[in-house]
Write a protein that binds this ligand. Structure first.
Ligand code: PMP
Length: 357
């Protein structure tokens, strides 16, 4: 093998959910929002000064950064913006996980965490969730190099009790604790106000889910000024102009329409509650979700076979074969009521055919 071949940074990449090219499908596999972005986003894009594209964007993401700060009642120095929360989380791993002690996260969680750890050569250990897919807080009380907790968790859809989360942060004042709040707007309780109490806490959020802007790639980290300064130092040393002008303006416009945000997120919560009830009537079992998806299994139906059958009907949901513990589950994004009716119809048909109904 040649020298360069021996020294390539080889990685096993993250596997994103499928993005099929056909348009006549029901897409419930990547937790996108079924509703369009706020009308103000279209207006902001249409009215954008074309000449702005000639220039580099603001490296700090203004005016988006200040708009997020206003929305969350923070100072702009406590806000960091990036190209989706994936970009922001990768920057956090690069900046803060630079020691010898292993970082900790659950065995069942967002499957990008171990990919970043592998790619950046960060030692890590996964801690198994209990049989109800809940974090055992004691697992996080020992020595570690940092902690990453998605709250609510994905793909399980459930939230950790806030007193347990607080205890984990308090017992780890020597380490950075990242709380990934990608799904917080669908029923969870945010710990953003805690960044004023804990100078070892960083919270990430995204515009991809509750703000319907997955295609724009906008995410943010919130933390004390000192941590955000360290984060900016690394980001500016890597690529100063990550967010483009269009995304910065679109993100700021999305925040200014609070009524639309409330209306669409309430519709998704209502549809989730309705879909959960219907799936339970069909015998599916699952914990209550506080996200825009349900993580379901069935005592009789083979969920992987169901996933394949739904796909043939052009209904895409997500199935994870790893870890083995979640192979009997499907993760179903909450779409419009009509989309969920079509899904339930297809599931009923399948169950009848299989003699499970
Ligand atoms: N965190 C979690 C838990 C997620 O499920 C996702 C969505 N794939 C992300 C972060 C990243 O989302 P985005 O990069 O679109 O902000």
């Amino acid at each position: 093998m040649r020298y360069f071949e021996q020294h390539i940074r080889r990685v096993t990449p993250y596997t994103p959910g499928e993005q099929p090219k056909e348009t006549d499908i029901i897409k419930l596999n990547t937790n996108e929002n079924p509703y369009p972005p706020a009308p103000g986003v279209r207006k902001a894009l249409q009215e954008m000064d074309y000449d702005l594209l000639r220039r580099y964007p603001d490296p700090a993401g203004e005016p988006l950064r200040s708009a997020i700060a206003r929305e969350l009642h923070l100072k702009k120095e406590e806000v960091f913006v990036g190209v989706g929360s994936d970009d922001v989380l990768a920057m956090l791993f690069l900046t803060f996980f630079n020691g010898d002690r292993p970082i900790l996260f659950p065995d069942i969680t967002y499957s990008f965490y171990d990919v970043w750890a592998e790619m950046l050569r960060i030692p890590y250990e996964t801690k198994p969730l209990d049989q109800n897919f809940t974090i055992r807080k004691e697992d996080y009380f020992g020595e570690n190099g940092g902690i990453v907790i998605a709250n609510p968790n994905a793909p399980t859809g459930t939230a950790l009790d806030l007193s347990a989360l607080r205890e984990i942060i308090e017992r780890n004042r020597e380490s950075i604790v990242i709380v990934d709040e990608a799904y917080i707007d669908f029923g969870g309780e945010s710990v953003v106000p805690w960044i004023r109490e804990y100078d070892n806490l960083l919270v990430t959020q995204t515009f991809s889910k509750s703000r319907s802007l997955a295609g724009m790639r906008i995410g943010e980290a919130l933390g004390c000024e000192t941590l955000i300064r360290y984060l900016n130092d690394v980001k500016y040393s890597f690529n100063s102009y990550t967010m483009n002008t269009t995304a910065i303006l679109a993100g700021a416009a999305a925040l200014s329409d609070r009524a639309y945000f409330e209306e669409t997120r309430q519709k998704i919560i209502e549809t989730r509650i309705w879909t959960a009830e219907k799936l339970r009537e069909l015998g599916f079992a699952f914990s209550d979700s506080v996200t825009n998806f349900l993580f379901v299994t069935h005592p009789v139906v083979d969920c992987e076979a169901l996933y394949v059958a739904l796909r043939e009907q052009k209904i895409y949901v997500r199935h994870f074969s790893k870890p083995a513990r979640i192979a009997p589950y499907l993760r179903i994004t909450i779409g419009t009521k009509e989309e969920m009716e079509a899904l339930l119809g297809a599931i009923r048909e399948y169950m009848k055919k299989e003699g499970a109904l």
